[in-house]
Design a protein around this ligand. Structure first.
Ligand code: BTN
Length: 245
């Protein structure tokens, strides 16, 4: 495919018809996989979501994982990295005419429902080196989602009533990721903060964080959620967030 020839970073693309989870596949095989390998699966039998949830497998979607090796492992990096990935995907979807938004930390929403989730995992620590596995699931061309998740999730096709070229989406996501990676590495999340804020649907809303009610005031310079609770400012760097509309 085009991006394998035109990308300096993403040179390895593994296409699988079926796998348990692309994240698990990368984790198991990472010692044999070069940096920036992308593993794509047409079908996942045990797709994983955040907070030990499962990722419902939809037909004609995008399920892929990116392996980034040899980063000095730094737990603090993983959150901004995921935020960065979410921002890149939101940007690409918008370029494809989709009016998507970001729900902190890295869900992509369309018309109030989730169309994309990202699961980043750290692994393989050896003498301070290791890797980040960024798993991306996008609901693309399925006509609808199963009944059990229909109140919270949707697909690009269900909302726009047309099909998307999945290859084009993947190419654009990887290109944009690569193009902005040096800015991310140089300046961190703060380089993207204004754009992130302009698409973040949590701002100004009352939200529930691990069951506690707060008002979301801002996104901090490292991507943390800045909230107000009982007149006090609370910074949240991870955790489950529910928006109360
Ligand atoms: C979430 O929103 O909870 C994250 C969902 C991440 C799903 C993707 S699909 C490709 C990759 N492989 C997995 O098992 N999960 C991620």
């Amino acid at each position: 495919e085009g991006y394998i020839q035109s990308s300096n970073l993403f040179k390895e693309f593994i296409y699988l018809n079926e796998v348990d989870s692309t994240n698990a596949y990368v984790k198991q095989n990472q010692q044999y996989l070069p940096n920036a390998t992308v593993v794509y699966a047409e079908r996942q039998t045990q797709g994983r979501g955040r907070f030990s949830r499962r990722w419902v497998d939809l037909d004609k979607g995008i399920k892929m994982s990116i392996l980034l090796k040899l980063l000095l492992l730094d737990l603090e990096k993983i959150v901004p990295f995921t935020l960065f990935t979410g921002l890149v995907i939101n940007r690409v979807l918008r370029k494809h005419g989709v009016e998507s938004f970001i729900k902190w930390s890295n869900d992509i929403y369309l018309n109030g429902k989730k169309v994309c989730g990202i699961l980043s995992e750290l692994s393989g620590e050896v003498e301070g080196f290791g890797s980040i596995i960024i798993g991306i699931g996008i609901n693309v061309n399925a006509k609808s989602v199963p009944e059990e998740i229909k109140d919270i999730a949707t697909t690009l096709k269900a909302e726009t009533l047309h099909d998307f070229d999945r290859t084009r989406l993947i190419i654009d996501i990887l290109k944009e990721f690569e193009r902005e990676l040096s800015n991310f590495e140089k300046y961190g999340f703060s380089y993207f903060r204004d754009e992130y804020k302009s698409f973040c649907i949590n701002l100004g809303k009352e939200i529930l964080v691990n069951g506690e009610r707060m008002l979301c005031k801002d996104i901090g310079k490292n991507g943390e959620l800045v909230c107000e609770k009982d007149g006090k400012i609370v910074e949240i760097s991870s955790g489950e967030v529910t928006i109360r509309f």
